[in-house]
Design a protein around this ligand. Sequence first.
Ligand SMILES: [Zn+2]
Length: 115
Amino acid sequence: MSDERSSRSTARAETNRNIRMAVKCSDLSDLETETWDFLCECGDDGCESWITLTLAEYEALRGKDEPILAAGHTVGVPALARRKAHALAEDAQALRAQAEIQKRRAARHVGKDGG
Ligand SMILES: [Zn+2]
C-alpha cells in the first residue's frame, strides 16, 4: 500500500519535471516571475491539488530534494522513514566499526602491559 503511494508520488514528481522541461523549452520571456502550476506530490489517491510556483521556487525545492506539496499535505511517511532508517543504520555501522577498532587496540595494550 505504502509502496503504491510512494510510486504515485514518484509519478507526480515525474510529471512536474516534464512541466518544468516544457516551460524551459518554450520561448517565454519572463521566466523569473512567471508562475506555473505543479502537481502535489503527496501521492494521496484523491489528491488533485496544484501548487503555483515560479520555476526558481520549483528548482529550489528540487535542489533540496524536497517534494512539491500543497499546504497541509504530507508525503507518504514510509518513504521518508525508510530514508532515515537507512541513514541510522549506516551511523550504527560506523559506530560499531569504531568500537571494534578501539576494543582491539585496548586488547593489544592489555596484552603488552600484562606481559
Ligand atoms: Zn496532495
